[in-house]
Every structure is written in C-alpha cells, then in structure tokens.
Design a protein. Structure first.
Lengths: 271, 1000, 172
C-alpha cells in the first residue's frame, strides 16, 4: 500500500501552482491537507503524475471578512477555522458543523477547501457551503471565476472545477440574525454522515439542507410550515433525494432520518 | 496448594507477588518507542520486498497470467505465480478426509476476493506494487456462493471437486436419549440463527522475513506468528523439509493477535518459497487492505437450535444443527472453530440429552481461522437467545430460566453430556453475587421508569462457561471413531517452561507462549519470584521463540487462553524443580535438612533459624563454579526445562465424547441498553460482568483482558461485519467500512470476580481472555430484543436493519413523486433506464454506433479501439472520476441486432481498480421530425478493488457518468454527424462497466 | 518553486525531537516510512495507511499529523515530535507515560505511540479536560487490546498530575 510515483512541486506562490496545473492538466492534483488525497494515493485509486503542494503559499492561508462575506483561503485548515475567534458570530452554522468533520487528528491537517474539492456528498463542509449559499473561488493561469455552491457539486467526487483550475478559496455569507441548527447521524463519531442536516431560518421561512443522501448536498426552501404540511413537505423531499442502500444504512433509514431530524431542526430554528 | 517449596516475599511482608497488580516489565520500552515489532527490526543487506497481486473475483478460472511487463520493471527480481510456488512446495494439509488441496496461492482458479495470484519480489515495496499493476491476468468468472445454506443447495456453484457439493464434513452425534426427551417434553422451542463474520483485526498486520539456505535446504523464518506450533508441521510439510530445517522465530513484540496471527502461516509458505526461488532474503509486511480482505476471519455460522423444555423452564434436551462456513479453503486447523466448543454445547446448564448435526461448508469467502472466542460466540448466541425465547414463551423471567438450568454447585467436576469435564465452580453463587453487587434491582427500576416515558429500554442476561487450554485432540472429533483409530491418538496439550540460573546466580525464564501484549513476562516474573523468594525485577523472562533452539511442542503458542492456566503453571513447576535442588545444595551448606529450607528475601535460609542463611545468588551459581561441591543427589541447577500436559485431556472416546478443554471459567453478564427512537442506535447504559476464572494471578491484567474482550464483543454486536455481496464482492475493505469501536462507543463494564481455583492447574488459574467475546454479543442482543419486544435479532445491530421491525411501513412517496427502486438484500447490481432525443435519424445513429473510428474519437480517454468482428470490439480506456483514475481493457459484443431499431450489448471491462460487466438494450425510434427517440436500459455489476475500498463514493459516480453520457449523446448526435462526435453504445458499456462503483 | 522528480531521491531535512536530521526520499515516500526506515525512528507505527487507525500520529509544527497521510517531502524544514521524544531521559518515563503504565493503559503497545502523541499535544493546550473531551480526542485512534477505559483513566490522571505540578511551579 504505497503511493505510485509522482513528481512533487512545492509551490511558493499561486502562480507557480497555476503554472503546474496548466502544464499537467488532469494529471496534476493539488495537495493541501492531504486527508482524502493521500489515502487515495496510498490505495492507488489516484495516480497523478504531479502533486502540487499549496500549503506553503502564504496568501492562501487567510481567513478574511470582506463586507458581508467571509473568504476562506485554500490553505486554511479545518482546525484553523475552528480556532478563528469570529467563527461563532460570523459563521454559526460552520461552527456547529466543523466539530463533526473527521477527528481532531485529521482536522489539524485537513483544509476546508480540500474537503470541498473532494466533493464527498456525506461530508460536512460541502453541506455547509450549500446550506449557506456560498461561492467557490476558482482561478487558472488566465482568469478567475466564482461558482455558487449548488452549481459547484456535480456528483460524487465530481465538481465544476476545470483541470487547470485551483480552488483559491470560498466565500461564505456572514450570518445575519438567522437561527441555525445542525445534526448528523453516522455509524460512529467522526465517520462520514449517513445523514447530515442543516437548517436555518430565512426571511421567507426555513431552509433545510441534507447531506449523505443524494449524490450532492441538497438544500430546499420552504415558507413557514407546520403540522401535516411540514410532514408532507419533508416526506416529499426525503423521497426526491433518491436515497440508496449501502452496507451502513438503507434508503428507508435515510429517508426516515431526513423526515425526523428535518422536523426537529426546523422546529428548533423556527422556535 | 501444591507448592513443594515454601517461599516468602522479601521486603513486602509475606505477601506473594502472584495476585498483585504490579506494573508491567514490558511497558517502559513500549511507552518510549523502543518496542521491537517485526517491522522495527533490521533485515540482512540485500533483502527483497514482496507485494502480492490478489484476485478481484470471488470465483473465476485463471486463463492466463502475463508477468512479462512486470518483470521488466527496474528493481523487480521475480514474479511468482501459482505454478512457480507449486514447483517448490506441496499443498497445505486439509483437516478432513477428502481429496482436496489447499494452496496458499491460486492454482488455475481463484475462490475468494483477495486470494493471492502472484507474488512480486522487488528492491522495495513501492516498486513491487508498481510491478503488480503491470501483471495482466485473464479470468473467466464463475458463479459464486457466499451463504452457508446457499452453498448446500443442489444448484450452488461448487468450489472444490473433492467435496460432495460444497460439503466438507457432515457428522451427527447423539448423547443420552434426545429423541425420547423431545417426545416426552411438554414444550419445544426452536431458534434459527445466522451468526455473522467478523475478526479481531490486530492493529499490527502480518509480517514475514524468510531466507533459504540452498546448501542445507533449510529455511529461516521470522514471523509474528502466534501459534499453535502444530502449524509448524504444516508449514514444514508444505515447504517439503523436515521440521528441523524450518527454523521459525518470532520477534520480541507483537502488535496484538487475538488468534488472528495464526493465519499468517500460508504467507510464511509463500514468502519462504519466494526466498528460495530468488535466493535472497524476502520480507513481506501485510497492509491493512490485504489484512481486511484476505487474512483470516472468524467463521460465520447458520444454526438451528431446538430445546425440549419442561413447564418450569427446565431444559431437557438440545438439538443442534450447525452449518459452519469456513470460506474458500479448509485451512488448518479448521474445522476447529466448530469443534472447540463440542464439549460445551450445553453451556452452563445441566442438560443430559443432546443431538448434534455438524456440517462444514466452503463458500467464496476468505478462509477462516483463529479468532478470540473461537466458536464460543457462535454457540452462545444460539443457546442464550433460545433461553430468552423459552422464558418469553413460558411467561417466565429469563433469569429464572437461567437459574433453573445451571449446573449444581456440588456437581463439580461435572461431566457434560458431550464429554467436557468442568473442573470447578459455583454458578449459583456467582449469579447471586452479580445480581447483588451489580444492582440488578436498580436496573429493573430504571427500565420501568424509562418505559413509562415511552423509551425503548431493555435488559439482557447471559450465563456462559468459558473453556480454556484446548485439548490438541478435540479437532479429531470431526473424524469418526474408526478414522481416529486409523490416524492414531491425539490428545493433551504440552506446555513448556525453562528456568536457567547463570554464573552470577541471576534467573532467566523462557516459555514458548508468544504473547501479543498479554504481559506474560511480568506474570512469569511474579510466579518465579515467589518460588525463589526474589523480586520480580530479579527475574528476566524471554518469550521469543526459536524452534531451532527452544523447548516447544505442538501446543506452544498463545491461543485457547492457555497462558495463566498452563504456561504460568508450568513455569512454576519448573522453578520449583530447580528450587528443590537448590534446597538440597543449601541444606548441605547450612547443615540442615532440605525440608527446613525456605527461600525468602534473596536468601536461602533455615526455616527454624533464619540467621542460618546463604545468598540466593551464591547457591544459584554453584553449579557453574563448583559442580564438585554439589551434594551427590542434587543434580545441576543451570537449566531446567519442564514439560506439563494435563491427564484430563484425553482423546475423544468411541461415543464421541470429548473433553475439549482443560479449564472452564464461568461468566454471568447482564446489561441495560436503550435504543434511540430516532436513530435506532443501541446505547449501552450499564454492563455488568461477573467472572470466575479461578485463581487470579494479576488482577490488573485480568481486568484488562475482560475490558479488551468486552470492547471487541461490543464491536461484533454493534458495528463489525465482513460484508459480502451475493456475487462474492467484498464490501468492507477499509477501516472506514469495517467499523471498529472507538472511545466514543465503549463504556467501562462493571467487573466482578469470584475465585474458585481449578483443581487441574498448578496455580489454580483458568483462562479469562475470551469469555466476553462469547457472552457479550448475545447479552446485548437479548437486551435489544427486550427493549424492542422482538424475537429475531441479527448481528451486528445495524440501526437501519431495525427500521421495519420498530416502525412498520414507511410513509409512501407523494402521489406522482419519486419512488424507491426495489432492493434485494445483497444485490449490488446497478440498474437504470432513460431516454434521449436525438436530431439525427435512426440510421445515422446506428451507423455511428458500429463505427470504431467514431468510438475512439468520442470515448474520453480511449487509447485504441480494435474491431474484432462487425459486432465485437476491444478497447483500452482510461477513465477518471475526480482523482480516481484507472485504465481498463474493455470487450463488447452486440447481440440481437435489429437495424436500425434496437440492439443488445453485452461486455465487460477489467483494470487494476476493478472489473465490470454490463448488459444494455438500446432502442431507436423515429420521432416523426427526422430525429430519433433513443431509450436505453442497463444492468451492470461492478466488483474488485474499488468495490472493496471505494464503493461508497464511486457507486453514485457510475450513475452520474451514464446520465452525462446520454446528455452529451443527444447534444452531439443532434450536432450532425461523425465529425464532432457521436453516440456510442460502446462508450456506454465501457463507462458502465469500468466505472466500478457501488455496493448493494 | 521546488519540483522533485518522481524517480530520484531528494534530501529531506527537519528537526526530530529537537535534533536536526537529514536523509533522502523519493517524492512518494510517506513520512511514516521515512521516519521508520530511513531514520530508524521505529516508535511510530503503521496500522492502516489510510488515516483511520491513528497509530502513526505524530506532531508536525504543533499540529497532530497522521504520518501515513503525509509525504516526507512535505515536512522539509518542519519541527517534528514523535514518541521517542516524550521521556525526560532514556531511563525515565514522563508523567503521561507513567500514568499509562500504572493504569495498564496498554497491552500490545502497537497503537500506543499515536495515542500518547495525541494526548501529549492535547494536554499541553487543555490542562483540565473532561472525560468527554478525552473520549472525543481519542476517537481518532483505534486500540484493539484495552477497551479504552484504562487509557481514558490514565489520561485524566496525567492531566491532573501535570496541572498540579504546573501549579506548584507557577506558585513557586
């Protein structure tokens, strides 16, 4: 279980990283915290010709408040964001979800953007990005672009990032007065979610975002619903997500959790 | 006590060291990074490293293996296939009488996912793995069977020609008069059990370093093997050398085993063969993926157990029907898992009449072997679930039914119906103390209160007998009495211990117990210190084994919980023998009778006149410096090796009664659990476990064994399962899918003890390490059954499996909305259908689909397309999903052509990451506007590496790609023609088949 | 920009338990293998090579790090701490190590190095942890021998002892 051979590029700045991506295209992978990619390399699921280590690029290590948004650079580790003093106030949903990401020993190395790039539909950060309607900041050697969360995730491990693009960071809206709730069910603490739910109050009512069920984290907005109307809406949503069976959970179990946890969280945020 | 020489304890009053929780001598090195595990040790210069190419198929013929590209890779010394290994070895022996072979590497055919197919030997491991990917193996898949009862079906795929069907053994036994007991009993209860597969998965994996001396045709092997050393004979025979030409050594430290490292032995044969063929030392360290897929596991078992029962709950007779699943090969010592408990099929109960049918089957799964509990979990799950069902059926308290059936306190030693001789115990007292000390009444009140609040709270009970120190002859119970007579007697269990005194009089002890963390060195230092009146720090203990130099026998090793009962006792006897001689020497020097000698505080002294004494070291050294000064009758005291085998371990008698183990501890457990109404997770509220393991040598370590066994049992009950799909694909190939308990799942069990010494062992000790692996899974299951009020409990208690039982039918989808695809348990085929509108006419689309040039231009990553015939194509394709990239060879044929209306495609693709096969039907209908309405359906199966280790993620990816493909198709065909691309059914199949993926 | 070619070995230098070390590695060499087989620091063990079991956990620049999910090349110029650096001297154990020995918090000792590194790192920053916090921290490690509860007890004891000795030091 040793990685295949690859070149290793320690990028000193963004343009060096972009140059590497431009040259090598789909044969290059960006190495950030490495908590997903390195395991895939060890198992030889991934076989890039070039690894581009971006963790020495200082400008990617920033967490910045820019007006109504927080911009989190590609080099920001999960533990860095958890330790950011403004987190609970500016990004309360992220503050709720981040402790569920892996374990302390993986959060210390893993990055926020790496988790998004990996696009595991059970992961917490993609769910938070979708729930909050954040944006992914992409850049290649020629241009920058911003992709909204729901367009970024294309499927299991598939994203809108082009082969020559680097995720420079993400932008998340600063919380206004909204109320948030987050809950996750996994086989064990720290495992990928069987179902993870995030709920928030919106001006028009409520938003529920669900991870672990469909191929991509999925958000749904409703006006204020109660009683059987809420039950019906949740039931319809649960079925639409197209849950599947695997070793750890059945589709039915997943739908049940969407219905039950969804109802609990919506109750919490609308209280 | 049997103690021949009295000893006291220097500096600590007269308290013996045995029985105290002293700090472990092992720990300082382990806590400082100075352990010496196999991969921490150096190897000879020039040692090569091996990697193993393994089967992605559960059952297939090997049509060809092309190692040439791999051999050409720089750094590669050799690539060995089954025929190369076969040329220098012979088959491993098989434990039943049948014309069946058992090779450690596939010969012409693979029978489980992970079976070795080739060994690559190279300068380093990474290069060996590089080369493994270049080996081209052509397989022809066969049907697979993974269920033990399914394996017995008339139409089941057959694994070995030498067995009738897949039935490796079928024996029936009868003890007492079970038929009459069942006929006369007022009640009959029966239960059907499917006990799952799991494994204790040590954190250190297997390791082997082997070399071969061609001059003497001798092998030297270092391996973290754990015994039993009866397997040494199996290895030597497979390597075609006498035992004295297989020098097998173990490293000083081993990172856990729990039985599992017995299973390294086929790899010892493989790596030794590789060393012989390459003429160089070869090292192999198993990786975790290999370990999970292909090391060893406990057996899974299908059991039907019936009981004849009186109205008061007294069990009058049992009728066992066990079908044991040993996986693809019957590897030594199997079918031992099935027979280890044969003497104990009545558990802790006094039941006179027993009927047994034992069948052993082979299936397309990894061969089984030793695992903590070894047969106990499978037996007690059936027996103790049945006891609960009897109680419910008769309206009795489950604890009352247990008590009604326990063996009486005055009955020991008690001979069970099936032949075990239970050495000692007082089960009633143990239960009473546990109920009192464990506060059962309080737990019941808690259950009542929780239920009053609508919570799902339950209590479970279990009583089990924990056997230890296996009779090396029990496995011959699988043979008939006539076959046994022919094969010669097998029985006993030789333990060895060597006590040596060096020229300065310091004491060294050696045993062949091969610990993997059980603190043997510490306990032996206590035992021997007590005999010599020294301190544990004065005794140096060595537990490494070297079969060329050390005393050992077939029973050597660390299994069947034999250390405390057999090995520590033998060390005591050896030390006492030396002490007896030292006493005679000292007596002559001190001018007293030998009977007057005591060993205390570092001196050998007169009991009556303690001032008349001589330093221990001085007496101890005398044999070296002045043998002439020894009294004539004393004999040397330089080194004494003692062998001990208990006479109670007799071979099976002509009626198949077998005393399968020497010692029998008793365990009574009860627990309270709560099942969460939303998540259906089982939370253990309190767990009480009462043990009587005879004399306790080191309380801290005994509790350590109990806690460790409890945690592994909790894993088996709630989390762990080696899951296989119906087609034999292995689904839990990483530690992200084979779920081990962590700190957030394991509570502290409340442990209580009672000590009834064993009359059969030198120290009165019995084994204790395996008991909770036997008692805890079923105790938790009984509690969950009580909480949910349900009769059928299957382990592990995956919350999703409880949904229907607890909640009934699901709310239906809204009218006109999505529906759920019907799902069969174990079915992991990917099915789908869809349609697309294409602007080109059907004829145009048809032509594109049959044109290789078009295919090549439109399939992403397509390297080449060869047209074998008009309807048969081959291609090389490189496909990627996110970072996961793989190269595949695809082969597609078209059938049922109905130009230009419809076609069926069938084909497959294989690559290093896995394989797929698919069949699809595509229909083209003119849409009336010059275009085509295309509809498709597909049915694909995907297996191999990715199914085992990446299934969760790649499952969905396959569907996404297929969906994207048709979107692109519609766009491209609409764009008009071949130049910009087109639609290819080939691409569809290549994608569907290659994108490997999901499970179930 | 530094680009290391796949098929050659390149010098890797860092500080290991306070001492400068240097050896060569191909870009693909894992840090766990580099420590063990290039530098002979075999106290860090490898249990799964996919980041789950925690046996290989060390500290890199103050961060808990799975050394099996890290390339040797990534830690060039970094400061590393491993189990070999925990004891105050070769013949003495530190407070945490002693607590492990006292509580039988290890059996085979294979997973122990990683657990010690997590605890050592954590207790230095969180001197008064609750049992729940220790359980949360150690859920990133797998031990198959002990059933965990003696480890948790040892950790809490060590925390208390470290806190009181720190208090004495600061009082003094």
């Amino acid at each position: 279980m040793k990685p295949p051979a690859f070149d290793y590029l320690r990028a000193g700045n963004i343009s060096e990283a972009l140059e590497g991506l431009a040259q090598q295209g789909s044969d290059a992978r960006v190495l950030a915290g490495g908590q997903s990619l390195m395991a895939m390399l060890n198992m030889r699921l991934a076989k890039p010709k070039l690894l581009i280590d971006i963790m020495r690029i200082k400008e990617l290590r920033q967490i910045e408040r820019k007006g109504d948004a927080v911009v989190i650079g590609a080099g920001v580790r999960q533990a860095d964001l958890l330790a950011w003093p403004d987190l609970a106030e500016a990004l309360p949903l992220v503050a709720l979800a981040l402790p569920w990401v892996g374990h302390m020993q993986t959060r210390s190395r893993g990055t926020i953007c790496g988790s998004l790039a990996h696009a595991d539909p059970s992961a917490e950060m993609p769910l938070a990005l979708v729930a909050l309607g954040g944006e992914v900041l992409l850049r290649n050697a020629r241009r920058r672009r911003r992709v909204v969360a729901k367009d970024f995730f294309a499927g299991m491990m598939l994203t809108a990032r082009a082969d020559d693009e680097l995720i420079e960071g993400i932008s998340l809206p600063v919380a206004k007065v909204s109320r948030f709730a987050f809950r996750e069910v996994a086989r064990r603490h720290g495992d990928f979610a069987i179902v993870a739910c995030a709920a928030m109050r919106t001006p028009a009512g409520v938003r529920l975002a669900v991870g672990g069920v469909a191929d991509v984290p999925t958000a749904r907005d409703w006006p204020r619903l109660e009683g059987s109307a809420l039950d019906d809406a949740l039931n319809a949503f649960a079925w639409e997500l197209g849950a599947r069976d695997d070793v750890h959970a059945s589709a039915r179990y997943r739908r049940d959790l969407v219905r039950m946890i969804g109802r609990d969280l919506i109750g919490e945020v609308l209280q | 006590m049997l103690q021949a020489v009295k000893s006291a304890n220097p500096g600590h009053g007269d308290e013996p060291w045995v029985g105290r929780s002293i700090e472990r001598v092992e720990d300082a090195a382990l806590l400082s990074g100075r352990g010496r595990f196999i991969d921490d040790l150096g190897v000879p210069p020039g040692t090569l490293h091996a990697a193993i190419l393994r089967s992605p198929h559960a059952h297939a013929d090997i049509l060809s293996i092309d190692p040439e590209a791999a051999k050409r890779l720089p750094g590669v010394a050799a690539v060995l296939t089954g025929s190369d290994v076969k040329a220098v070895t012979t088959s491993l022996v098989v434990g039943v009488k049948a014309p069946v072979e058992c090779w450690p590497i596939a010969i012409d055919r693979v029978r489980y996912v992970g079976e070795p197919v080739a060994i690559i030997v190279a300068a380093d491991r990474a290069r060996a793995e590089d080369a493994a990917e270049l080996i081209n193996v052509e397989y022809r898949p066969r049907g697979a069977v993974v269920d033990p009862l399914g394996a017995l079906a008339a139409d089941a795929p057959v694994l070995h020609d030498g067995f009738p069907g897949n039935l490796a053994s079928d024996r029936s036994f009868r003890y007492g008069d079970p038929e009459q007991a069942f006929a006369e009993a007022p009640y009959r209860f029966s239960i059907d059990i499917k006990y799952p597969r799991n494994s204790c998965t040590p954190i250190e994996t297997y390791g082997v370093v082997a070399s071969h001396d061609a001059g003497e045709d001798g092998y030297e092997v270092l391996a973290n093997f754990q015994g039993p050393f009866s397997i040494h004979t199996v290895i030597a025979r497979a390597l075609k050398v006498p035992g004295n030409r297989l020098r097998l050594r173990t490293p000083p430290d081993s990172g856990g085993s729990f039985g599992v490292k017995q299973g390294v032995f086929p790899y010892i044969v493989l790596i030794a063969a590789a060393a012989r063929i390459t003429g160089r030392p070869v090292k192999w360290i198993e990786d975790r993926i290999e370990h999970l897929a292909a090391s060893v596991s406990a057996t899974n078992r299908a059991t039907t157990l019936a009981a004849a029962v009186a109205a008061d709950g007294k069990i009058l007779a049992l009728d066992w029907d066990q079908v044991e699943d040993c996986g693809a090969h019957l590897r030594a010592p199997e079918p031992a898992t099935l027979y280890r408990m044969h003497g104990n099929l009545t558990g802790a109960y006094d039941i006179s009449h027993v009927k047994v049918r034992n069948r052993v089957v082979v299936t397309n799964k990894t061969p089984t072997g030793l695992n903590r509990g070894f047969g106990g979990p499978q037996v007690y799950f059936a027996l103790e679930r049945l006891v609960q069902r009897i109680a419910i059926g008769l309206g009795l308290d489950p604890l009352d039914v247990i008590k009604r059936n326990l063996i009486g306190a005055g009955a020991f030693p008690y001979r069970t119906a099936t032949g075990a001789l239970l050495d000692s115990g007082n089960y009633q007292e143990a239960v009473a103390r546990a109920v009192e000390q464990g506060r059962l009444a309080e737990l019941k009140a808690k259950r009542d209160a929780a239920r009053a609040q609508g919570r799902l709270y339950g209590i479970g009970f279990t009583a089990v007998v924990e056997p230890s120190v296996s009779n090396m002859g029990y496995i011959t119970t699988v043979l008939t009495a006539a076959e046994r007579r022919k094969a010669g007697p097998k029985n006993g269990a030789q333990a060895t211990a060597t006590v040596g005194l060096d020229p300065v009089g310091s004491v060294t002890v050696h045993v062949a117990s091969v610990p993997q963390g059980q603190g043997h060195r510490t306990v032996l230092s206590q035992v021997v210190a007590d005999v010599f009146g020294l301190q544990p720090k004065d005794i140096r203990v060595n537990t490494e084994i070297d079969t060329a130099k050390d005393a050992w026998s077939i029973a050597s090793g660390n299994y069947a919980s034999r250390f405390a009962a057999a090995v520590a006792g033998t060390a005591k006897l050896a030390a006492e023998r030396v002490a007896g001689r030292l006493a005679r020497i000292a007596a002559s020097q001190l001018n007293v009778e030998a009977a007057d000698i005591v060993f205390a505080k570092g001196f050998v002294a007169s009991k009556h006149n303690p001032e008349n004494r001589i330093a221990f070291s001085r007496v101890a050294a005398l044999s070296h410096w002045s043998p002439g000064s020894l009294p004539d009758d004393a004999g040397q005291t330089i080194r004494e090796t003692l062998f001990w085998t208990p006479p109670e371990l007799t071979p099976p008698d002509d009626e198949d009664r077998i005393n399968s183990s020497l010692c029998h501890g008793f365990i009574f457990d009860f627990c309270g659990v709560e099942v969460d109404r939303t998540t259906l997770e089982t939370r253990i509220d309190r767990y009480v476990t009462m043990h009587d393991c005879g004399t306790i040598l080191h309380p801290g370590m005994v509790n350590g064994q109990i806690r460790g066994g409890f945690a592994q049992a909790l894993g088996a009950a709630l989390l762990e399962e080696y899951a296989y799909a119906d087609d034999g694909s292995f689904l839990t190939g990483t530690l992200a899918d084979y779920l081990l308990p962590t700190t957030t799942e394991v509570p502290e069990p409340e442990i209580f003890h009672m000590e009834t010494p064993s009359p059969f062992t030198p120290l009165g000790a019995k084994g204790v390490g395996e008991g909770n692996c036997m008692s805890t899974p079923v105790c938790l299951a009984n509690a969950v059954a009580d909480a949910l009020g349900i009769a059928d409990i299957t382990l592990p208690l995956v919350p999703a499996r409880l949904v229907e039982l607890v909640r009934g039918a699901e709310p239906p989808p809204p009218a006109g909305g999505a529906t759920a695809a019907p799902v069969r348990e174990g079915d992991r085929r990917l099915r789908g259908e869809g349609q697309a509108s294409v602007k080109g006419a059907p004829e145009q689309v048809w032509a594109m689909l049959l044109d290789p040039a078009t295919l090549q231009s439109v399939i992403p990553g397509c390297q080449s397309v060869d047209k074998i015939t008009d309807t048969h194509f081959r291609a090389d394709v490189t496909l990627g999903i996110g970072p996961v990239t793989g190269r595949y060879r695809a082969d597609v044929e078209l059938f049922d052509l109905d130009a230009p209306r419809a076609v069926t495609l069938r084909g497959g693709a294989t690559g290093a990451l896995g394989f797929g096969s698919a069949e699809g039907r595509v229909t083209l209908v003119p849409d009336g506007n010059g275009g085509t309405k295309l509809t498709y359906s597909y049915d694909a199966a995907i297996g191999g590496k990715v199914a085992s280790i990446g299934g969760r993620l790649l499952d969905g990816a396959t569907r996404v790609i297929i969906g994207q493909f048709f979107t692109a198709l519609a766009r491209k065909a609409g764009g008009g023609g071949a130049e910009g691309g087109g639609f290819s059914l080939f691409a569809l199949l290549a994608k569907a088949a290659s994108l490997f993926g999901g499970r179930r | 920009m530094t680009r290391l070619k796949a098929d050659s070995r390149h010098a890797v230098r860092f500080t290991l338990n306070g001492t400068s070390v240097e050896a060569e590695a191909e870009p693909r060499m894992l840090l766990s293998d580099f420590l063990r087989h290039q530098l002979g620091a075999t106290g860090t063990h490898v249990g799964c090579e996919h980041g789950v079991c925690g046996a290989c956990t060390i500290v890199v620049d103050g961060m808990l790090t799975r050394s099996c999910l890290t390339l040797a090349a990534q830690v060039d110029d970094c400061e590393l701490r491993t189990v070999e650096g925990l004891a105050p001297s070769a013949d003495r154990l530190g407070v945490l190590q002693q607590a492990f020995r006292r509580n039988h918090a290890l059996q085979c000792g294979f997973c122990t190095a990683g657990i010690l590194m997590s605890l050592d790192h954590y207790l230095a920053r969180n001197p008064n942890p609750s049992e729940a916090e220790i359980r949360d921290l150690l859920s990133g490690h797998i031990c198959r021998c002990t059933g965990y509860t003696p480890i948790i007890k040892a950790a809490l004891e060590a925390a208390a002892e470290l806190a009181s000795s720190n208090k004495e030091t600061s009082d003094a």
